[in-house]
Write a protein that binds this ligand. Structure first.
Ligand code: HEM
Length: 430
């Protein structure tokens, strides 16, 4: 067999990367434009940090199939706000041991036990929408819902406790992708303070776990990589990660999905053909399967298409520990790599720029989408997120007719996850 010819890494030529960083935050087509010019793998610099962007099935598979050559990486602001114990900032055995502990929260029996609380949150929202005297922002409601699911099911919190946590969490989230300088009154300084309050709250919750009805009771016996029980400080940072990873993302998927349905009556009618025949509410025993791909293929296709066009996680990072080859291109050691899901999902042959859920029901569909990532760090909350989205769409759209308030800005605010800019204001159809 002849050896493949290896090529050096194409580069934008940026050195300080100030303009590149500005363009990255301002231009949703930042990566796409550079991929078109330089190919599926290229390097640029952002504020002095060299970053390699990759797109396409081959390059991404090549990267994720060499786990020994890569490790997790996050921008400094995220790293500091999540903390040094966090699964997100750990690698090797320390990462694996914590993943095993946290995974217990997302087993199928755990999800089954969370379903009644999730259904209750959806029914409460239905009542709120039905009795509203003025337009309601679905974006706000979806954020609140996704946060409440984790706070209720995992932490076992209700009422005021949950509201206080939500307020601090919104402060914390705002600074995630900010400049990590803790000048007094900067968003980053406020977020560091909110982080302390959140961790204090988690310690209270952990101290009460025996009476607690949340999934935390499942975490008994968690061990670190040396077989030592995880400390409460360690567990507290894992809880912070769960809220971070699970709330903005799920709320974004739900808001983007609802926007598509409400702006496209034909799409809503197409979905209704399916969901009108599904029973609501499902029992706790059947909630995890009632609306899955085999029972609700159109809903599944719709969710896949929403996450293809507006991936809640537009890209994730790795750092190379040694040089490696991606699609015949050599990426040197010690490079930050961004897997650009955003651009990747639109890259290929056919009508990929068009929103068309039906593509996922076609036999010839060969899309390799990774909205939940892949490899050793694949999303731990995938099954919970899918359950929340399916239950919410069936629970709300089967029973209510919503109409969208005209003259809103329906473009997406891209970061941290895509969300309709004006909040997706709706009324109940009478
Ligand atoms: C639509 C919703 C969601 C999407 C699109 C999503 C996407 C992702 C992606 C792409 C990653 C991989 C990041 C990487 O490789 O560095 C990830 C990791 C993770 N996700 Fe999700 N996620 C969602 C919901 C959730 C939920 C509901 C939870 C839990 C409550 C969760 C918990 C996590 C955790 C803990 C990780 C880190 C795994 C590790 O580092 O080993 N996610 N998610």
């Amino acid at each position: 067999m002849t050896k493949p010819v290896l090529h050096p890494l194409p580069t934008t030529g940026a050195i300080t990367g100030t303009l590149e960083a500005l363009a990255f935050f301002r231009d949703p087509l930042f990566a796409k434009k550079r991929f078109n010019r330089l190919g599926n793998i290229f390097e640029t610099s952002m504020l002095g940090q060299p970053i390699v962007f990759i797109q396409g099935s081959q390059a991404i598979t090549d990267l994720l199939s060499q786990p020994e050559a890569i490790e997790g990486w996050w921008p400094e602001s995220v790293k500091q706000l999540l903390g040094s114990y966090s699964l997100a900032n750990r690698n090797g055995g320390a990462h694996k041991a914590r993943r095993k502990v946290i995974a217990q929260l997302f087993s199928s029996s755990a999800l089954q036990s969370y379903s009644p609380s999730i259904i209750k949150l959806i029914e409460d929202l239905g009542v709120e929408l039905r009795t509203a005297k003025r337009p309601i922002s679905l974006v706000k409601k979806m954020r609140r819902f996704a946060f409440s699911v984790i706070a209720t099911t995992v932490l076992g919190l209700e009422g005021n406790d949950r509201d206080e946590l939500f307020a601090d969490f919104e402060i914390w989230t705002k600074a995630l992708f900010s400049i990590p300088i803790a000048l007094p009154w900067s968003p980053f300084a406020k977020a560091l303070k909110a982080r302390e309050r959140l961790l204090d709250k988690f310690q209270e919750v952990l101290a009460q776990t025996s009476q607690n009805k949340g999934g935390l009771a499942l975490l008994t016996g968690g061990l670190d990589e040396e077989g030592i029980p995880l400390s409460n400080a360690d567990l507290g940072e894992q809880l912070l990660l769960l809220l971070f990873a699970g709330y903005e993302t799920t709320a974004s998927a739900l808001s983007c999905l609802m926007q598509q349905l409400l702006l496209n009556p034909e799409l809503e009618a197409w979905l209704h053909e399916e969901i009108n025949n599904l029973a609501w509410p499902p029992s706790a025993e059947t909630a995890t399967t009632s609306y899955d791909r085999s029972n609700a293929p159109k809903l599944d296709a719709l969710i896949n298409e929403v996450m293809r066009i507006n991936p809640p996680v537009g890209g994730f990072f790795r750092r190379t520990k040694r040089s490696l080859v991606l699609e015949n291109i050599v990426v040197p050691a010690n490079r930050v790599v961004q897997v650009a899901l955003n651009a990747s999902n639109l890259h290929g042959i056919g009508d990929l720029e068009v929103f068309r859920p039906q593509r996922h029901l076609e036999e010839k569909s060969s899309l390799n989408l990774l909205p939940f990532g892949g490899g050793e760090r694949v999303c731990l909350g995938k099954a919970l997120a899918e359950l929340e989205i399916r239950l919410m769409v069936v629970g709300l759209f089967r029973n209510l007719r919503l109409s969208i308030v005209p003259n809103q800005d329906f473009t997406m605010q891209p970061l941290p996850s895509p969300s309709p800019r004006d909040g997706l204001l709706v009324n109940i159809k009478t």
